[in-house]
Design a protein around this ligand. Structure first.
Ligand SMILES: [Zn+2]
Length: 406
């Protein structure tokens, strides 16, 4: 057999292995026959791959099928606790990390303050954080599959670089390479909102949904796009800069250097800045956070207007996305007690108003709070996603190919 045939065979095996693991994750506990039906692979192929996965400790046999005729088959399920994944969320003020099992259950979490870090500062803290999470979870270092890092801005996942992060003031920083050298583990870097979308796709509201969008309204306004069950990255990972969609002629300056961006007029920072102008003008008490702002809007007409305008603008942005992509589901996560807030209500009305009539009723809109905790868990699911998707096709596969499980 020629070496190209060898290569072809091993690539195909990788594709099939990803498909079998995915079937176990999505349908387990499941019999070998059930996997064969779900993947369209032959019983022989499924049997061989299942044997390999059992040998790697990635899956276990657990229970039998209820066979009404013939021999009952053993059920296979993910061996959730056998391996761990580290997820790290980097912001301009702190680094938060979690260690999860293969089902994204958090086994340990830790946080370190870090003001406007350089890449070198970050890698030093990352090493310390990884050591402490591993000790806390009681997991062996050689059972770590890898490290996922989520950070704000444009990230080239394939190259492992932070292309441009205004919050961190990083340009073309080779984050994955620096971190892999420091840790000796595979490292995947991704835009932070994309990591949240991936966590939803595998373990949250996006399970079983082919096309969905995740919109986050916080310090920035971000977007994760899942199409056909896969995270859509675009050219060099540039998808998702919803915050820089131009929604108004108003000349509020944006951190990106442009004007009229959604983020400059409707993000948490923008709303609190606008509120400060109002309270200074009226001599009333300053509003310190978004929950206070929602509360003030109940009694103060100027704050009510401010929230209404922001809700309208966010809603236009979301409706424009629905009109272009026609997703099944849009999750919008916002600051403070966003669900039930006036901001969420106005945004929902605006989405309904601006969605193309032919698409109305086809997209479910869900409004939820944006908590801090899921970010690092989302980053950990980067590594898990790489494992479940076929290594041959998943973006950033380079990192996992050098990893522990081939
Ligand atoms: Zn902008």
């Amino acid at each position: 057999m020629s070496s190209s045939q060898d290569t072809g065979r091993s690539v195909l095996r990788s594709l099939n292995t990803g498909a079998v693991l995915r079937a176990v994750v999505e349908s387990g506990p499941v019999s070998r026959a059930g996997i064969a039906r779900a993947t369209n692979l032959s019983a022989v192929t499924v049997g061989a791959i299942a044997g390999e996965l059992l040998g790697q400790d990635l899956i276990v046999e657990n229970g039998d099928t209820d066979a009404t005729a013939g021999r009952p088959g053993r059920l296979l399920e993910l061996n959730s606790g056998a391996y761990g994944s580290i997820g790290v969320k980097l912001s301009d003020r702190s680094v938060t990390g979690v260690l999860t099992d293969l089902r994204s259950k958090v086994l340990a979490e830790a946080s370190r303050p870090l003001e406007h870090p350089s890449a070198e500062d970050f890698v030093r803290v990352l090493r310390d954080l990884t050591t402490s999470l591993t000790a806390d979870a009681g997991m062996d270092w050689d059972r770590l599959l890898g490290v996922g890092i989520g950070l704000p801005g444009v990230v080239d996942r394939g190259a492992g670089t932070a292309v441009y992060s205004p919050f961190l003031q990083w340009i073309d920083v080779p984050v994955a390479e620096l971190a892999e050298t420091a840790l000796g583990l595979p490292v995947i870097v991704e835009n932070d909102v994309n990591t949240l979308a991936l966590a939803e796709r595998w373990f949250g509201r996006g399970q079983g949904v082919q096309d969905f969008l995740l919109v986050t309204v916080g310090q920035g306004i971000g977007l994760g796009v899942v199409l056909g069950g896969e995270l859509h990255g675009g050219a060099r990972g540039g998808v998702g800069e919803l915050g820089h969609m131009v929604v108004t002629d108003a000349d509020e300056a944006c951190s990106c250097g442009s004007t009229g961006c959604l983020e400059a007029v409707a993000s948490e920072g923008a709303l609190l800045r606008q509120s400060e102008v109002l309270t200074q003008r009226s001599g009333s008490d300053p509003v310190l956070d978004m929950d206070e702002l929602y509360h003030r809007a109940e009694s103060d007409p100027d704050h009510a207007d401010l929230v209404d305008v922001a809700g309208e603008r966010i809603g236009r942005g979301v409706a424009n996305l629905i009109n272009v992509l026609s997703p099944e589901l849009v999750l919008v996560r916002g600051p403070g007690r966003f669900e039930g807030s006036r901001l969420a209500a106005r945004m929902t009305e605006s989405v309904a108003h601006h969605t193309f009539a032919g698409l109305a009723g086809r997209t479910e809109l869900r409004v939820e709070h944006l908590d801090d905790m899921p970010w690092a868990r989302g980053a950990a699911s980067l590594v898990l996603s790489e494992l479940f998707m076929s290594p041959a096709t998943a973006p950033g596969a380079k990192a996992m190919r050098s990893g522990r499980i081939q």
